[in-house]
Design a protein around this ligand. Structure first.
Ligand SMILES: Nc1nc2c(ncn2[C@@H]2O[C@H](COP(=O)(O)OP(=O)(O)OP(=O)(O)O)[C@@H](O)[C@H]2O)c(=O)[nH]1
Ligand SMILES: [Mg+2]
Length: 261
């Protein structure tokens, strides 16, 4: 199997059909969801080249094998810290088949900030609206159906500690990962005069230099923001290598994804 971004990030996907990422703010129950889904079949280690702990594991559902990766808890994907860098690189270049966004139903507003950032990078996500037991005890009611319609992705109320909602979460994860259901996520509209043209120009330049790049719009936006980590990837040409690796992997069916989108 060719080496590619997924392996680059230290993940062996050869024995699995689909890759699931678990993302969310710190302390929202990501590891609890992870443990519920994987039981004891898990492996812990570090992200390659980093001292950030990583847990990955597997589970089976309806005859498919899923690899699940617990990403570091972060409030944003701005690459301000090593944790944020690891999370966003995995979402960008690992291109998981589905990302479970774990959110705390008790402080939804703060949690939705990260959720919207994730939905700028990927279409394939499911929101696990966790800690519903505490929300109920606190008198917090969340209209999950309305939230799903507004976000454009499935929303599953859960209480991972007791296992509530895990069955439905798996059904939605399967639907999105296998593309049976194609979410149309809400995208923030950037209403800044001239931005559209600047973006289009940058995207065209990026595509000329890196023909295999997925997420060119996202990269262009980060460049306009002055994101130094992304600028360094562009300047060094590393971005092209990552994009090309991914296209090669997608071509042999080693990873599902947008490939040379
Ligand atoms: N009441 C309640 N507690 C929960 C639920 N899910 C997780 N917890 C608790 O919340 C705490 C944090 O859970 P973790 O699974 O460690 O959260 P995490 O998102 O992995 O945290 P970080 O990895 O530090 O970002 C633990 O004490 C869990 O037992 C839930 O649905 N209900
Ligand atoms: Mg955790």
């Amino acid at each position: 199997m060719p080496r590619g971004p997924v392996e680059r990030l230290g993940l062996d996907v050869s024995r699995f059909d689909l890759v699931v990422a678990l993302a969310g703010n710190p302390n929202t129950g990501k590891s609890t969801v992870f443990n519920r889904l994987t039981g004891l079949r898990q492996h812990t280690g570090n992200w390659p080249g980093k001292t950030i702990a990583r847990a990955e594991g597997g589970f089976g559902f309806n005859q498919r094998r899923y690899k699940i990766v617990d990403l570091p808890g972060t409030y944003s994907l701005r690459s301000a810290s090593p944790d944020e860098t690891v999370a966003r690189e995995f979402l960008l270049f690992g291109q998981p088949d589905v990302t479970i966004i774990v959110a705390d139903a008790n402080c939804l507003e703060r949690n939705l900030n990260l959720a919207l950032q994730i939905l700028q990078i990927t279409d394939r996500a499911v929101l696990c609206l966790n800690l519903m037991d505490e929300a109920r005890a606190n008198g917090v009611a969340v209209d999950a159906r309305r939230l799903a319609a507004d976000l454009g992705i499935p929303v599953v109320p859960c209480a991972a500690r007791s296992g509530e909602g895990m069955d439905r979460l798996l059904v939605e994860v399967e639907a999105v990962a296998t593309k049976t259901f194609k979410p149309t996520p809400y995208r923030l509209k950037l209403d800044v005069p001239g931005l559209g043209q600047a973006l289009a120009k940058l995207v065209a330049m990026l595509r000329r230099r890196f023909p295999d790049l997925a997420n060119a719009e996202w990269i262009a936006l980060r460049l306009l923001e002055g994101d130094r980590a992304v600028a360094a990837l562009v300047e060094s040409g590393e971005l092209g290598r990552i994009g090309a690796d991914h296209a090669a992997l997608a071509a042999v069916g080693a990873v599902a994804g947008k490939g040379a989108a």
